[in-house]
Design a protein around this ligand. Structure first.
Ligand code: CMP
Length: 175
């Protein structure tokens, strides 16, 4: 089960020590449209009404360093935007990719309905804005250029993944 699915119903999250162990976490809070959301670059084109609408559908969660937010192969029902801290995306090939505040993850499973493509672990304590599957369409409607942002990000990630695969091929060819 994912960290935030657990947090949404007030139950569990996971913390990475030597192995994964459950830790308790809170239920999350509604973000402040005028403060927290206004600062997010993805929302800079949003009107006050749109920010209020996003605030209604989103929840803010704090997670400690070492928490597993998504686990590869598991079903995924949430989209995550990093408000503070950094996470690592552990990919099957090459080094983990670090994501920073303003960046997002978890969009792939919401878009295609397939299981999580990667395990995402917090590197530092993080603050995440979380939007569930039911409300993802609201985000797409309320954020100007959201589809464009998604497409550009996905294109960039595919390109980086191909470059990583090429590097791995080149390394194994020389061994
Ligand atoms: P999803 O598959 O839902 O859950 C894992 C997430 O990791 C995925 O969505 C993307 O948001 C993110 N992710 C997958 N591959 C990459 C990549 N190559 N670079 C950055 N993020 C990625």
């Amino acid at each position: 089960m994912e960290l935030v699915s657990g947090m949404m119903d007030g139950s569990l999250s996971y913390q990475l020590k030597n192995r994964l162990e459950p830790v308790l976490s809170g239920p999350g809070v509604q973000p402040d449209a005028n403060m927290e959301l206004k600062e997010v670059s993805m929302f800079e084109g949003c009107s006050a009404r749109q920010l209020r609408s996003i605030a209604r559908i989103a929840r803010v969660f704090d997670a400690p360093a070492g928490a597993v937010i998504t686990r590869v192969g598991e079903p995924g029902n949430e989209f995550y935007l990093i408000l503070d801290g950094t996470v690592s995306v552990d990919l099957s090939v090459g080094k983990p990719v670090s994501l920073r505040p303003g960046e997002f993850f978890g969009e792939m499973s919401l878009l295609d309905g397939a299981p999580r493509s990667a395990t995402v672990v917090t590197d530092t304590p993080v603050r995440l804005l979380v939007i569930n599957r039911e409300n993802f369409s609201v985000l797409r409607r309320e954020v100007p250029d959201f589809t464009q942002i998604l497409l550009v990000t996905l294109s960039r990630r595919v390109r980086q993944a191909e470059q990583r695969a090429d590097r791995v091929d080149a390394t194994s060819a020389t061994v």
